[in-house]
Design a protein around this ligand. Structure first.
Ligand SMILES: [Fe+2]
Length: 128
């Protein structure tokens, strides 16, 4: 990955913004207020249900969110999963009620960072 992407969230409408260039002024507005920078979690005791588990078979990359699959209820769910490398970015938006599993096509030797966003517990990531 060339740089760590930055994610922001509007505290009013809960919109998520991803900055895709490294030179960001960090002063983004939504609903009349500055949006908050979201830091990706890698631990904190909730990792069993949030850290993406990555399985690669050739160019097929499967992401299961959580060693114990994360809930996908109306109130608490994984909203999206994103795979990012130095060369590309792919995102799958998940539906409530589905399993928190997403599949991607990624050349097998390309290192990636995988992000998963929980509507309650925020952003999680792992490198694979
Ligand atoms: Fe969660």
């Amino acid at each position: 990955m060339l740089y760590e992407p930055k994610f922001y969230k509007c505290s009013k409408c809960e919109a998520i913004f991803e900055v895709i260039t490294p030179h960001c002024c960090d002063e983004l507005l939504c609903c009349g207020e500055y949006v908050e920078l979201i830091k990706a979690n890698e631990g904190h005791g909730l990792e069993d249900k949030h850290i993406p588990v990555v399985k690669r078979e050739g160019d097929n990359l499967t992401v299961c969110v959580g060693r114990v699959l994360h809930p996908m209820s109306k109130e608490h769910n994984i909203v999206w999963v994103e795979v990012k490398s130095k060369y590309f970015e792919q995102r799958v938006t998940l539906k409530k009620g589905d399993d928190p599993i997403a599949m991607f096509q990624v050349p097998e030797k390309v290192p990636v960072t995988v992000f998963a966003y929980c509507n309650i517990h925020g952003l999680w990531k792992i490198s694979a």
